[in-house]
Design a protein around this ligand. Structure first.
Ligand SMILES: [Zn+2]
Length: 100
């Protein structure tokens, strides 16, 4: 665990290369009013470490959980996504909306 934290810190102190980009872009649609919402997720700050007890998909190291409220209605949209150690998307789930 201490080794992991060390690597974790090193990882985030290293400037991301321009080719991989620092943002993950997702486009979603509200289930209730069909509003389309663009999400820009910062890889350096919006991710959390996956724990075994969360029963993550195999290979998942980080996860993202977001609550999104559009401008046109009060329907809350919940996005959960799992990533490997290189921030490659492994799986994503959505409640209250859909991915575009
Ligand atoms: Zn809506």
């Amino acid at each position: 665990m201490s080794n992991f934290l060390k690597n974790f810190k090193q990882f985030f102190s290293t400037p991301a290369s321009p080719s991989t980009g620092n943002f993950l872009k997702l486009k979603i649609k509200c289930k209730r009013c069909s509003e389309e919402i663009n999400l820009n997720i910062r890889k350096t700050s919006d991710f959390s470490r996956v724990y075994e007890e969360d029963n993550p998909p195999s290979g998942a190291v980080f996860f993202l959980r977001k609550e999104i409220l559009g401008n046109k209605c009060n329907n809350m949209i919940y996005v959960t996504a799992y990533f490997d150690e290189s921030f490659n998307l492994i799986s994503k789930e959505i409640e209250g909306g859909q991915f575009l």
